[in-house]
Write a protein that binds this ligand. Sequence first.
Ligand code: BDR
Ligand code: CA
Length: 302
Amino acid sequence: PIKLIMDTDPGIDDAAAITIALNHPDLELQLLTAVAGNVTVDKTTLNALKLVRFFNSNVPVAEGAAQPLIKPFEDAARIHGESGMPGYDFPTDLPKPLPMTAVEALRDTLLAAPEPLTLVPTGSYTNIGLLLKTYPEVIPHIKRIVAMGGALGKGNMTSAAEFNVFTDPHAAAIMYASGIPITMVGLDVTMKALLTSATMQTLPTLGRTGTMLHALFTHYGDGDQTGVPMHDVNTLFYLLHPEAFTTEAMWIDIQTDGPAIGETVGDIRGAYHDGRTNANVCVDIDAPAFNQWFLTTVAAIS
Ligand code: BDR
Ligand code: CA
C-alpha cells in the first residue's frame, strides 16, 4: 500500500477523498491534518474527526493554520455549507485531535516514518508552506506531493485562479519552490472527471458509505446538470491509477499579487525556465474510468 498523509479542508469533496483514504486497501493513511479553506479550521478539524469516527478509524487528526500566510482568509461556505459537511447526522462522540499543531504532527510523522511518505494536500497549502519553512529537514522525508489545486486553463475563483491556490498563493509558491516532486491535479482534469447523474443515482444503493456521501453531495454547491466535480478525489485516483491520466512536465510559477493572484502559470513552452520543470501537471483524465472506479471503491467500503 501507498503510505500517505492528507492535509485537507473538509469540505464535501474532501470528505469523499478522506472516506477513500481511510478505507482503500492500497492506501495507508498515517495522519490527517486540517487547514482553513472551505470553512474555518475549527470546522474542518471537526469534520475530519467526524469521518474518522464514522469509520471507527484510529488515524490521528491535527488542527492546522487558521489563516493563510499573508492574504486575508475567505471561506467557500456558499459551496460547502456553513458546517462544511452538511446533510448527514454524524455521531457526536468524537475523538480528540492531537495535542499539537498540524505542522508539528506533520514533522513528527514524517521524521518517524521508516520511509519517505506521500503528501496529499486537498486544501490550501498553508500548513505545507509553514512546515517546509519551519522544518526544512522534513523535505527528504517527503517522497512526493500529489496536490489538488491550480489550473492551466481558467480558474474557479477568478478567471485565473483555482480556490486552493487562490486561498493561500504564498504558501503555494513555497511548495512549488521546494524541489519535492509535485503532481498538480488541477481544474484541467477535475472539471472533466465529473460524476454523472447515473453515478449519483447509484450512490445511495451502495450501503451506509454511499448513503452518507450521497447526502453530502445533495448539499454541494459545485457542479450542474452536466455533472458534479470531485476535485480532491482525483488526487487518490491519480495515486492508484496514473494510467488514467495524461501528464506534462513543466515549471509552475504562482502569481502572488495583482489581478491574476493565485494563478498557476505553466511554462508550457519551456521558454521562461529553459526547459527546467518543477511539476508534473495532469492535463487529461479518463472520466468514465473515474466514475467506475469511484463507484466500485465506495461500494467496497462498509
Ligand atoms: C478545491 O476547492 C475546494 O472548495 C475543494 O474542496 C477543492 O479542494 C477546488 O477548487
Ligand atoms: Ca478541498
